[in-house]
Design a protein around this ligand. Structure first.
Ligand SMILES: NC(=O)c1ccc[n+]([C@@H]2O[C@H](COP(=O)([O-])OP(=O)(O)OC[C@H]3O[C@@H](n4cnc5c(N)ncnc54)[C@H](O)[C@@H]3O)[C@@H](O)[C@H]2O)c1
Ligand SMILES: [Fe+2]
Length: 385
């Protein structure tokens, strides 16, 4: 067997109602947390709940609530300044992937010189930053268990992927009760994001045995529970299974990497301001159709995890059955096409070259079982329109 490195946060609290008990343990991490969140978390009362739990622990809290969806270098700069001015000693992220990624980038910039742009890519961060605690409120990105943060460079309109083991949260607190308020469309987009993480990790050239288990388990859960969570947000069992699945998928791709879908979705998201989950979801079917031929036996296992009957089919035919199940799931939770998002065809065509160049430059497409050329990438964008 080859040798591997497997990374996860040291502590993961999870399950319905785990939030309060887990927050009670945070005084061990530091005294002055910066809570990084967004306005919706304030409006629906989640920020107050967390702040009250922390106050019981006599922590001195600073609040940074200016994160919006798809975080940028500007939020990171503001949050970093606030952290320093208030002499904070750790960060607590509360929200979807956007506040969690912002908190990771703040931890990075508090302890490393220069600009966030200097750290784009993998393994460039030199110093460990203040500890990160992540409390996700969506079941999608898995950012609470990953070494990645995705921050938009507002000057270049590029979504920068930054990866470092120093960005892995010290504590993840996954309480599915916090996800009950997520709207159906965000449930769908984040759920398909998680499915994409699991499929890409399992079929990546860098797949590895421990991560494979997490990936297949995640695919099983998502194919069984995403429709229920989408149709009925109050379904505690479906919400709990989806939160577990998103975390499993995060652990999987944290170690095995993402591939062509994420490589292609970042430029689409950056240029047309489409949310992360949707920009993956609209590309998923056409990307998988392309990738299947590179690794039919692994795609066949995905089909089995999704419930395809394996009777006497060849791996390739079974893999194609799986693709039909994936497309059906996307349709059932009303994932649109790119044109369905209201994007103008001419504008899209004009941007194809830049999108394909940026996708390949991100490196992720090269982890795909089938190595894509720039022309292949352009064709997949066109097919997904
Ligand atoms: N770091 C990683 O490993 C990783 C992986 C995938 C994606 N990402 C990044 O994560 C970001 C996307 O995260 P996301 O998909 O979770 O979306 P998000 O954090 O942008 O949230 C989407 C919207 O849902 C709202 N919301 C969140 N939780 C809610 C709740 N419980 N109830 C009601 N509304 C709620 C938010 O306020 C926001 O308006 C992108 O920037 C993406 O690039 C990071
Ligand atoms: Fe993702």
């Amino acid at each position: 067997m080859d040798s591997y490195r497997f990374l996860t946060p040291p502590i993961i609290y999870y399950g319905l109602g785990t939030l309060e008990g887990a927050c009670d343990k945070l005084a061990k991490i530091g005294n002055r947390p910066l809570v990084v969140t967004d306005k919706i978390m304030i409006n629906i009362g989640y920020a107050d709940r967390v702040v009250n739990y922390l106050k019981k622990q006599k922590l001195e809290i600073s609040l940074f609530n200016e994160v919006n969806t798809e975080p940028t270098d500007r939020y990171v700069e503001k949050g970093t300044n606030l952290f320093k001015e208030n002499h904070c000693d750790f960060v607590i992220a509360l929200g979807g992937g956007s506040p969690i990624d912002t908190a990771k980038a703040i931890s990075l910039m508090v302890s490393n010189p220069g600009e966030i742009q200097d750290y784009m890519g993998l393994g460039k961060v030199k110093q460990n930053g203040p500890p990160i605690v992540a409390i996700p409120t969506t079941s999608g990105t898995g950012s609470e268990v990953t070494q990645f943060t995705i921050i938009t460079d507002t000057k270049k309109d590029v979504k920068m992927l930054i990866g470092s083991e120093y960005l892995i949260p010290k504590i993840a607190i996954n309480d599915p009760a916090l996800t009950m308020t997520v709207s159906p469309s965000i449930t769908a987009a984040t759920g398909i994001d998680a499915l994409t993480h699991a499929i890409e990790a399992y079929t990546s050239r860098r797949h590895q045995p421990l991560a494979d288990n997490f990936a297949l388990s995640s695919i099983k859960r998502i194919s069984k529970y995403l429709r229920r969570a989408w149709a009925n947000g109050d379904d505690e069992e479906a919400r709990s299974e989806m939160m577990l699945a998103a975390m499993e998928a995060g652990i999987a791709f944290n170690n095995s990497s993402v591939t062509i879908v994420h490589g292609m979705s970042r430029p689409l998201g950056a240029l047309f301001h489409i949310s992360h989950g949707i920009s993956n979801a609209v590309l998923l079917p056409a990307c998988l159709e392309y990738a299947i031929m590179g690794l039919p036996e692994r795609f066949a296992n995905i089909a089995k995890a999704m419930g395809a009957k394996d009777s006497n089919l060849s791996d390739l035919d079974l893999a194609k059955e799986g693709l039909i199940l994936i497309k059906k799931l996307c349709e059932d939770v009303e994932i649109p096409s790119i044109s369905g998002l209201g994007i103008d065809k001419n504008n899209f065509t004009k941007r194809l070259d830049k999108m394909a160049t940026d996708a390949l430059a991100s490196g992720s497409p090269y982890n795909t079982a089938r190595k894509p050329s720039k022309e292949d990438i352009i064709k997949i964008y066109e097919k997904s329109f």
